[in-house]
Write a protein of this length. Structure first.
Length: 291
């Protein structure tokens, strides 16, 4: 290899796409996009309760945009290990006041983190352009139709089990192959429902139904999922598998997240979903520039 040549193969692995969402389209592959996380919940694993009131959530949404988020992902139900489902009514009560306010003010697209068709419908009506479905269309058969009718974007994430058993799954014999096949199945469901390929992004679901060992195997093999020929979103932010590698001390999950974000980008991720937007914006910009 000639001196000074790039050692990574990012531009060969990361194909370029145009992601069509409700009212616009997003170029993917030219630079890594940052999806900022806003949990309007009392019990999320990392920031539960921090933005549970509408006033705090609205202020945080605006802050994330100012810090460099390209997309805002808002969720009203925690899916951390040990969490219990909330009713659709409670999920709507949490997210709708925030969506109705920021939908008029934010310049960046808004994603609703939900697997429920009813919540997705109301969120899209309030301004959301993307549905981020942790179940990959497994938990609510009506969700695909809502996305199709709105011509919205959708993130199909790999997970296993029902809502109550997401984090109670047995050990995976072949994590990479199982995730690949699961995502392929979710893509097939989306297509059958009439969702266009250009509206779909896939997420291997690090930490969902996967122990630390399986999550690491999936993360190391991200290039395999590029073979699906869809844009790739990766969410590793502050997740517990990082404790498998390092001590769980102050800031260890942030620095561990930074390392996983860089590796994800170098292995083809188009979007990274994170809590710490300004820090990960720097990581992404440097990784993009170096390759």
């Amino acid at each position: 290899m000639p001196p000074g040549s790039c050692l990574c193969l990012l531009w060969f692995m990361r194909n370029r796409y145009v992601w069509k969402i409700c009212r616009t389209s997003i170029a993917l592959g030219e630079r890594t996009l940052i999806m900022g996380i806003l949990n309007v919940t009392p019990d999320s694993f990392s920031d539960g309760g921090s933005y549970f009131t509408s006033e705090k959530a609205i202020a945080r949404a605006k802050e994330l945009e100012q810090q460099g988020a390209d997309i805002l992902d808002i969720g009203g139900e925690s899916t951390r290990p040990g969490s219990a489902p909330v009713s659709e009514e409670e999920e709507l009560r949490r997210v709708m006041p925030v969506l109705e306010d920021i939908g008029r003010e934010l310049r960046i697209p808004i994603s609703i983190d939900t697997y429920r068709a009813g919540v997705a419908k109301r969120a899209i009506e309030a301004g959301s352009q993307i549905v981020n479905d942790i179940s990959g269309l497994r938990l609510d058969a009506a969700l695909a139709g809502i996305v199709r009718e709105a011509r919205g974007g959708i993130v199909l994430m790999h997970s296993r089990g029902e809502r109550e058993t997401l984090h109670k799954q047995g050990k995976m014999a072949d994590p990479v192959n199982e995730v690949f096949n699961g995502l392929a199945g979710s893509i097939a469901k989306a297509r059958q429902a009439g969702i266009e390929d250009s509206s779909i992004v896939v997420d291997p679901g690090i930490g969902f139904g996967k122990d630390a060992s399986a999550s690491l195997k999936v993360l190391k093999s991200l290039t395999e999922f590029s073979k699906l020929q869809f844009p790739l979103l990766v969410g590793t932010s502050r997740k517990s598998f990082i404790r498998f590698i390092t001590q769980d001390v102050r800031d260890s999950r942030i620095w561990g997240t930074a390392a996983t974000v860089a590796i994800s980008i170098l292995n083809g991720a188009h979007i990274v979903r994170v809590h710490d937007v300004p820090e990960m914006r720097i990581v992404a910009d440097v990784a993009d520039t170096l390759c």
